[in-house]
Design a protein around this ligand. Structure first.
Ligand SMILES: Cc1ncc(COP(=O)(O)O)c(C=O)c1O
Length: 389
């Protein structure tokens, strides 16, 4: 029972800064006028499609633009999302779609709708840093299951997930293409996720944020499209990644009818509705953004390959990050990557400590290859080169 100055136990471990000290040191460096290539946050240097920009949304075209939107979402956007899902082989009735303030809010709404305090969620590690806090912030228990770098070994993945299941396990989180590794689930490993969720009657929370950012041929078949998972798969999507619209905060979630009532209820009390002008922007991106997506895939694939080659690791198959083991870069007596990240920052490059993606990855480092323009990325790699032994 928190009294002033205390706060809720479930919130006490949450921080607005995933890696505070390095970020503060980077800010000081910038204030001194020194270069910092921030390859830490997953964003893009690209300006979005003109029709999808904030300044393109006009009251004359959209009456009531600045009023509340319906809780479920702007009807025209909902229709466009439904058409898009159907075109991708996964027809979802409009009433089972909920627009949210980005996938961060979408996944928070899903967590609140699915989890009671103490419920466990299997969290394949490494993971997108915010997902852990999203689960913990609702009183859920994130159970880290380290799957990297052996993610392609279906038997090992199944054994690891199985070993983590307990009577309190409620959900299994899956993200492909993946932040932070750039991996895409192989069909055999996707089968494992489907099997484990079904065998233990779990919710399967599919984080589809990078569904458009894949580098090898056609889009990978999403788990959520499998007919046998329709009653247990809840998915979160966003325009942040493929469409370069992270700042407009629009995403959507969908799931079986059984859970949509709870999701809509949570959404009502959490944010009520996503920003209405930005819902129009998101619709413009979905309707007119195919060429933009193709351009991003081409340019991001090049950037990812360049970075991977420079670091001597496998090229990413999607997403906007690579994840590498910095053990060879550590000096005697260093047992995590933080001193190395300090040296990277001294050289002008800000990277993310792997520990923010999972407790077993303290020696690993995450790098976003889409945040800065190609010339700046080249400069960042040149600055890192002397540190990579
Ligand atoms: C795997 C993953 N899920 C969800 C999100 C959140 O996306 P949004 O910007 O829509 O909140 C991100 C953003 O980095 C992500 O990498």
């Amino acid at each position: 029972m928190p009294r002033p100055p205390g706060s809720a136990a479930s919130a006490a471990s949450l921080s607005s800064r995933v890696f505070g000290k390095l970020a503060a040191a980077a800010a000081e460096r910038r204030a001194r006028g020194e270069v910092v290539h921030a390859l830490s946050v997953g964003d893009t240097y690209k300006e979005p499609l003109a029709a999808a920009r904030a300044e393109a949304q006009r009251s004359e075209e959209h009456p009531g633009l600045h009023r509340y939107a319906p809780v479920q979402g702007e009807p025209a956007l909902l229709d466009t999302i439904a058409e898009r899902l159907a075109a991708r082989g996964h027809a979802v009735p409009v009433e089972r779609i909920q627009v949210t303030a980005g996938a961060t809010s979408g996944l928070s709404v899903v967590a609140s709708a699915l989890l009671d305090p103490g419920d466990e969620v299997l969290l394949p590690a490494p993971y997108w840093p915010l997902i852990r806090g999203i689960i913990a912030g609702r009183g859920g228990v994130p159970v880290e299951v380290p799957l990297w770098p052996a993610l392609d070994d279906a038997a090992a993945v199944e054994a690891a997930l199985e070993a983590a299941v307990t009577p309190r396990t409620t959900a299994l989180y899956v993200n492909s293409p993946h932040n932070p590794t750039g991996a895409v689930l192989s069909p055999a490993v996707a089968d494992v996720f489907a099997r484990v969720a079904t065998r233990h009657d779990l919710w399967l929370v599919c984080d589809e944020c990078y569904e458009d950012v894949h580098f090898e041929g056609d889009a990978p078949a999403p788990l959520l499209a499998r007919a046998e998972l329709h009653e247990r798969a809840v998915a979160a999507h966003t325009v942040s990644k493929g469409y370069g619209l992270a700042g407009i905060r629009v995403g959507w979630v969908h799931g079986p009818a059984s859970v949509m009532r709870a999701i809509r209820g949570v959404q009502t009390f959490q944010t009520y509705c996503a920003a209405r002008p930005m819902q129009h922007a998101a619709r413009a991106a979905l309707l007119g953004g195919d060429a933009f997506l193709a351009e991003c895939r081409r340019d991001y694939a090049r950037a990812g390959a360049k970075v991977a080659d420079a670091l001597g690791i496998a090229r990413p198959r999607g997403g906007t990050f690579v994840f590498f083991d910095a053990t060879p870069q550590l000096e005697a007596g260093e047992d995590d990557c933080l001193p190395f990240l300090g040296r990277c920052l001294d050289a002008g490059v800000l990277l993310t400590p792997g520990a923010s993606c999972g407790k077993d990855y303290a020696r690993w480092v995450r790098l976003c290859f889409t945040t800065v323009k190609p010339a700046a990325l080249d400069d960042a790699l040149a600055r890192l080169a002397p540190l990579m032994r």
